[in-house]
Ligand binder design. Structure first.
Ligand code: CMP
Length: 143
């Protein structure tokens, strides 16, 4: 299964940002289950995207297609998580979000809006699934 898709034109994060991203992955309840090899693969396959203040990064109730990993190395950035119009919390450098719809195959549980200009490292659902699938296939082959 090819890991790089047509949408994946951007280069992986620079070395100066990878440790921040790895820390964010390890801090996340769900992503921390990935082993070192899977984490490295995930970092390598992230693509950058930028948002302006007031942009919706994720819309509550829509299909989850992209998992976004937020890393604001160059720009100071802040995002707001809301549910049915109520503010739940704000997110900043080192926070991971958008993982729930990808992991549970459900619709987006909340809206994530840019409060300031933000730069994100994103991963597509299919890429995430491929990383997980490749690993369990390897494990089976070792038995
Ligand atoms: P997802 O449902 O894919 O898209 C919206 C994201 O908002 C969700 O994943 C979580 O990452 C985040 N989110 C949802 N609820 C909360 C909450 N109560 N506090 C912080 N973040 C949340």
């Amino acid at each position: 299964v090819p890991l790089k898709t047509a949408d994946h034109f951007s280069s992986p994060p620079p070395t100066s940002e990878t440790s921040l991203i790895v820390k964010a992955i390890q801090k996340n309840d769900f992503l921390s289950r990935l082993d070192d090899e899977q984490t490295a693969m995930m970092v390598d396959l992230l693509a950058v995207s930028s948002y302006k203040p007031n942009d919706d990064v994720i819309k509550e109730g829509t299909e989850g297609d992209i998992s976004k990993i937020f890393s604001s190395h160059l720009l100071a950035g802040e995002l707001l998580v809301t549910q049915a119009g109520q503010t739940l919390r704000s997110l900043t450098t080192g926070d991971v979000f958008g993982e729930l719809a990808i992991l549970y195959n459900c619709r987006r549980t909340a809206t994530v809006k840019a409060k300031t200009a933000v730069r994100l490292w994103c991963m597509e659902r299919q890429t995430y699934r491929t990383i997980i699938t490749n690993k369990s296939k390897k494990k089976r082959e070792q038995l």
